[in-house]
Design a protein around this ligand. Structure first.
Ligand code: SAH
Ligand code: SF4
Length: 418
C-alpha cells in the first residue's frame, strides 16, 4: 500500500504505513471536494501536508489551532504563511458535527445532541459531567461511537434503536471539540485552555465494533499537540467483544471498562447477548491479557473497571454479589455499580438504595474497590442514551420490542389473575 495524495478527496484513501489499515479521506459535508481536517491524527495530517508540498511539522501547528484553540478559520492561523493559508481554504475545512440540541444543567452537567446524517434517527448524544475528587476538579465527557448499537442489551435504550451506522473520526473527536469549545466561546484565542479532563467511550454504540475510527480518535485525545490527555483518563467501555479487546491491547494504552452486569453466563446471556458468542470463560482471560501488557509507570493498565447495572430483583442479590467476588478474584478490578436508568417501556426497575448498598458492602468487604455511580443532570435527562433514545424510539426494532414487552406483561397479568 502506498502513501496517497489528497488530490481527489472522493476516491483516495489515507495510509500511514504499509501495515496500517486505510482510512477513507474525510470530506467536508458543505463542500465535498475538500478534506475535513478535524478527525485526522498527527501522522495522517503529516501525510496531508506532505501531499501539499509542505513540511510535516505543519501538522502539529494546525492540530494546536484546531484542538487547543478551537479555531476553524485558516485565516486566523497566524504562524502559517499566507500562501499556505490560502491553499488550505481551497482544499480543506474544519467541520464539527452539527449540534441540534444542547442543555446545560444547574449542577454543571452539559449535554449535546448532534445530527450526523439525514433523517430523525441519525442523532447521537454527548454528556459532560463535572465532579470534584482528590485530584481536583474533573470534567468527564461521555462520547458516542456509533449511531445506535447492534448488540441489543436488554436494559439499554440505545440497543433498542438497532444499529444505524459507525461514526467517523471527525464525528467522534468532534464531540470533544464541541464540549471544549463550549467553555471557550468568550475567551480570547491566546488564553484558551483544554477544559475536559476525562473521556469515557460510554455513550451510544459499541466502540470496539467501530475500532479504527475510535482508536484514531483516542490517539488525537492523547496527542500533546491536540488534547494531551493522560492515558488513565481516557476509558473505553466494551460489552466484551473479545477479539477486539486483544487488538486494542496491541494498538493503544488506555483504560478499559467492561460492562459485565451479571456474574454467570445464564444471566449474562439474557442481559448482554454478545455473551453467547464470548462467554465469561473467554471474557475474563481477555481482560487479564489486556492488563498483562502493562506499559510501565504511566500505563492505564493497572486494573479494569467492571460496570454492573443494578436491576431490581434481577442481578442485585447478595448471592449475585458472592458470585461476582468469586468471578473476579483473580482480576485486578474496580467495580462500579450503576443504578439502572429507566426509559419508556423498559422491562426493568432500578434497585433500591438499600439493596445497592448491601451489594456494595459485601463486595467491598471482600477487598474490592466498589463504588456506586451517582446520577447527575437529572433535570436534563443526562443519562447516557436517554434523550436520543426518546427521539429515535420509532425504529422497527423498538416497535417489535415494545410489543414483546407488552405481551410478556399481559401474560404475567393473566398468570397472576389465574
Ligand atoms: N457499548 C459499550 C459502551 C456504551 S454503553 C458498553 O456496553 O460498554 C455505556 C454503559 O452504560 C454500559 O456499561 C452500559 O451497560 C450502561 N447502560 C446502558 N443502558 C443503561 C441504563 N438504562 N441504565 C444504566 N446503565 C446503562
Ligand atoms: Fe450496545 Fe453498550 Fe447498549 Fe449493549 S449496553 S446495546 S453494547 S450500547
Amino acid at each position: 500500500m502506498s502513501h496517497t495524495t489528497f488530490n481527489d478527496a472522493h476516491t483516495e484513501s489515507l495510509s500511514q504505513a504499509d501495515d496500517m489499515v486505510a482510512i477513507s479521506t474525510p470530506v467536508c459535508e458543505k463542500d465535498p471536494v475538500k478534506v475535513n481536517l478535524l478527525g485526522l491524527s498527527r501522522p495522517e495530517l503529516e501525510v496531508f501536508f506532505e501531499s501539499l508540498g509542505e513540511k510535516k511539522f505543519r501538522a502539529g501547528q494546525v492540530m494546536k489551532w484546531i484542538h487547543q484553540f478551537g479555531v476553524t478559520d485558516f485565516a486566523e492561523m497566524t504562524n502559517l504563511a499566507g500562501k499556505l493559508r490560502d491553499k488550505l481554504v481551497q482544499v480543506a475545512c474544519i467541520e464539527a458535527p452539527e449540534v441540534v440540541h444542547k442543555q446545560f444543567s444547574q449542577d454543571g452537567t452539559r449535554k449535546w445532541v448532534f445530527r450526523v446524517g439525514d433523517g430523525a434517527g441519525s442523532l447521537v448524544e454527548t454528556v459532560l459531567i463535572p465532579a470534584h475528587d482528590k485530584t481536583g476538579e474533573r470534567k468527564t465527557l461521555c462520547i458516542s461511537s456509533q449511531v445506535g448499537c447492534a448488540l441489543d442489551c436488554s436494559f439499554c435504550s440505545t440497543g433498542k434503536q438497532g444499529f444505524q451506522r459507525d461514526l467517523t473520526p471527525a464525528e467522534i473527536i468532534g464531540q470533544l471539540w464541541v464540549a471544549n469549545q463550549s467553555y471557550m466561546e468568550d475567551v480570547p484565542v491566546g488564553e484558551r485552555t483544554r477544559t475536559v479532563t476525562n473521556v469515557v467511550m460510554m455513550g451510544m454504540g459499541e466502540p470496539l465494533l467501530n475500532f479504527d475510527a475510535v482508536v484514531s480518535s483516542m490517539r488525537i485525545m492523547l496527542d500533546d499537540f491536540a488534547y494531551g490527555m493522560s492515558k488513565r483518563r481516557v476509558t473505553l467501555s466494551t460489552s466484551g467483544v473479545v477479539p477486539m479487546m486483544d487488538r486494542l491491547g496491541e494498538e493503544i494504552d488506555v483504560a478499559l471498562a467492561i460492562s459485565l452486569h451479571a456474574p454467570n453466563d445464564e444471566l449474562r446471556n439474557e442481559l448482554v447477548p454478545i455473551n453467547k458468542k464470548y462467554p465469561l470463560a473467554e471474557l475474563i482471560p481477555a481482560a487479564r491479557r489486556y492488563l498483562a501488557r502493562d506499559g510501565g509507570l504511566e500505563s492505564a493498565r493497572k486494573h479494569v473497571t467492571i460496570e454492573y447495572v443494578m436491576l431490581d430483583g434481577v442481578n442485585d442479590s447478595l448471592d449475585h454479589a458472592k458470585q461476582l467476588i468469586q468471578l473476579l478474584h483473580n482480576l485486578p478490578s474496580k467495580i462500579n455499580l450503576i443504578p439502572f436508568n429507566p426509559f419508556p417501556h423498559a422491562p426493568y426497575g432500578r434497585s433500591s438504595n438499600n439493596r445497592i448498598k448491601a451489594f456494595q458492602k459485601l463486595v467491598s468487604d471482600a477487598g474490592f474497590v466498589c463504588t456506586i455511580r451517582t446520577t447527575r443532570g437529572d433535570d436534563i435527562d443526562a443519562a447516557c442514551g436517554q434523550l436520543v433514545g426518546q427521539v429515535a424510539d420509532r425504529t422497527r426494532r423498538a416497535e417489535r420490542w415494545k410489543k414483546s414487552v407488552a405481551a410478556r406483561q399481559q401474560g404475567e397479568i393473566l398468570r397472576t389473575r389465574g
